[in-house]
Every structure is written in C-alpha cells, then in structure tokens.
Write a protein that binds this ligand. Structure first.
Ligand code: 5GP
Ligand code: ZN
Length: 145
C-alpha cells in the first residue's frame, strides 16, 4: 500500500493506537514533539483540506478535542495542547493522508518543548499510549453518568 497511514488503518503497519471507531483512528506519532503527541486521521484516505469533506474535518476536530481533554486528565498531566493540521507541502505536510496533530503541553515547558522539536523521542511510548487510553476510557465513563 502506497500510503503509510492507510497501511496503519489496515493493520499492515504497526502503531500505538489510542482510539478507533468506524470513521477515525488516533495513534501516537512515531517522532513525537512531546510525550503523548497523537495523530488523528480519517480512515478513508484524503490528501489534505482541499479534498476532505467538511463533516470529516469536523469529526477530526471533535476527536482531537477529546484527546486533548484526555491528555489534561491523564497521567501525562498536560496543562494544554497544540492542535494543528499541516495543510499542504507549503505548510510542511510530509504525509499526504490528512491528519490532525494533538501535542500535549505543560506549563513552563518552553525549553523541553524546544528540545523535543529537535530530539523527537519519547523514552516510553507504550506508557504514554496506556496513559492516554486510560484517560479516554475515564472520559467515556464520565459522559455516561
Ligand atoms: P506532517 O508534517 O505531515 O503534518 O506530519 C506527519 C507526522 O507523521 C510526523 O510528525 C511524523 O513523525 C509522523 N509519521 C510519519 N510516518 C509515520 C509512521 O509510520 N507512523 C507514525 N506513527 N507516525 C508517522
Ligand atoms: Zn492514506
């Protein structure tokens, strides 16, 4: 399969999955800026914001919001998140399957964030995935109360 994110959707390429439903998949970025850096993608391949239906962009944003909330509640202790879509090569898009970045941030993390932009590694990605999954499960429970 030509597209690496389609390969992840198909289960042909490995990824640390955070959330999956019929339309969307969220998984950890392989070269994270911070711990818990997550990519949210529509399962159906589109390239960027030019060919993606508005409803899909909306769904992507809603799931991004849930993951951002989970990051705050999680053991990653995020105090906020950067949410971004790099729309097109001119905007530094490198994988041409639409995706939304959720990058957890901590108050006062300016220096470690700058370091993360260069190093782009998490010493324990599996633990970050577990913490995010657990927080998402808690959010789901709260929603049902
Ligand atoms: P872009 O610059 O296109 O918005 O970001 C693409 C992101 O995808 C980068 O942050 C990069 O680290 C991530 N990425 C690229 N290939 C893979 C992969 O095979 N698996 C995962 N989990 N992330 C990837
Ligand atoms: Zn794709």
């Amino acid at each position: 399969m030509a597209c690496v994110f389609c390969s992840i959707v198909a289960g042909e390429a490995p990824a640390l999955r955070i959330h999956e439903d019929d339309e969307f998949l969220a998984f950890l970025d392989i070269r994270p800026f911070t711990r818990g850096h997550t990519l949210v993608i529509p399962k159906r391949h589109t390239v960027d914001l030019t060919d993606t239906p508005p409803d899909t962009v909306a769904g992507l944003a809603v799931l991004g919001q849930r993951i951002a909330k989970a990051a705050r509640l999680s053991g990653l202790h995020a105090d906020g998140n950067n949410i971004a879509i790099n729309d097109g090569k001119a905007a530094f898009q490198t994988v041409f399957h639409l995706h939304l970045h959720v990058v957890p941030r901590r108050t006062g993390d300016k220096l470690s964030f700058a370091k993360g932009l260069v190093l782009r590694r998490d010493p324990d990605r599996a633990a970050s995935a577990r913490l995010l999954r657990a927080a998402l499960a808690n959010l789901d429970e709260t929603a049902q109360d």
